[in-house]
Design a protein. Structure first.
Length: 229
């Protein structure tokens, strides 16, 4: 009898997922890395569910979740904001990127104190990446005065290639770019990380299609973590 009830529940769950719509938010560096492949696999399994992805700066993505414009978001963790429940998915590593031949990429690792001696290129202050870097520098009492800012990661790397300075990028994004003229180094001693989370509004229910996508995100990020171990 228990098995029959479980089977009936599975059929009901399947029927609820034949149609639906999920509106998902993400910050730019996250949206461009692992999300496309996860969404593609999800759509292949559930072709009747429409998935809409909004790529936004962190503050705007969180506001959209709060007011209900989007169902949930994949963002750097917003645990300090009591409007949200955050479920960690993974730790995203950032590495230093500089032109090949630059002193900072002649070894496998580099300290933030070493990088602070060179011009730094970043995304603008409204971004989660910029906030993370500012906090990392402040934690070591290092000056943080970026020389160049641009909203586009491609522009950042173009400026690095041209010799304007160095930058930090998520490891997961690097495969998207031509890195032949660039080198990388991990940040010593323990790496430079931020936590990526599923961010949802407290007390707001998510429809079955959204819950199914959340489960796909859990599986996708977990598989990526295992591949990188």
């Amino acid at each position: 009898m228990v098995e029959l009830r479980m089977l009936a529940q599975e059929f009901r769950d399947e029927s609820r997922l034949k149609r639906g719509r999920v509106v998902l938010g993400a910050t730019p560096t996250i949206a461009s890395a692992l999300l496309p492949s996860i969404i593609q696999q999800f759509r292949a399994r559930w072709p009747g569910i429409e998935v809409v992805l909004h790529d936004d700066l962190l503050g705007r993505a969180l506001d959209r979740v709060h007011i209900g414009e989007i169902d949930f978001a994949v963002t750097p963790s917003a645990d300090a904001d009591d409007r949200f429940d955050c479920e960690p998915l993974s730790d995203e590593e950032f590495v230093l990127v500089a032109p090949k031949g630059h002193p900072l990429v002649q070894t496998d690792t580099v300290t933030l104190a070493q990088t602070s001696k060179y011009p730094l290129l970043t995304l603008p202050r409204e971004t989660a990446t910029r906030e993370m870097l500012a906090n990392a520098y402040a934690a070591q009492a290092l000056p943080f005065h970026p020389s160049f800012e641009t909203h586009n990661a491609i522009s950042v790397l173009a400026l690095v290639k041209a010799g304007f300075g160095v930058t930090f990028m998520p490891v997961g994004m690097l495969s998207m770019f031509d890195m032949t003229a660039l080198g990388t180094a991990r940040v010593a001693p323990d790496g430079l990380y931020r936590t990526v989370s599923i961010t949802r509004a407290k007390g707001r229910a998510i429809q079955p299609a959204g819950e199914a996508l959340i489960e796909a995100l859990r599986e996708g990020f977990q598989s990526e973590k295992k591949r990188n171990q």
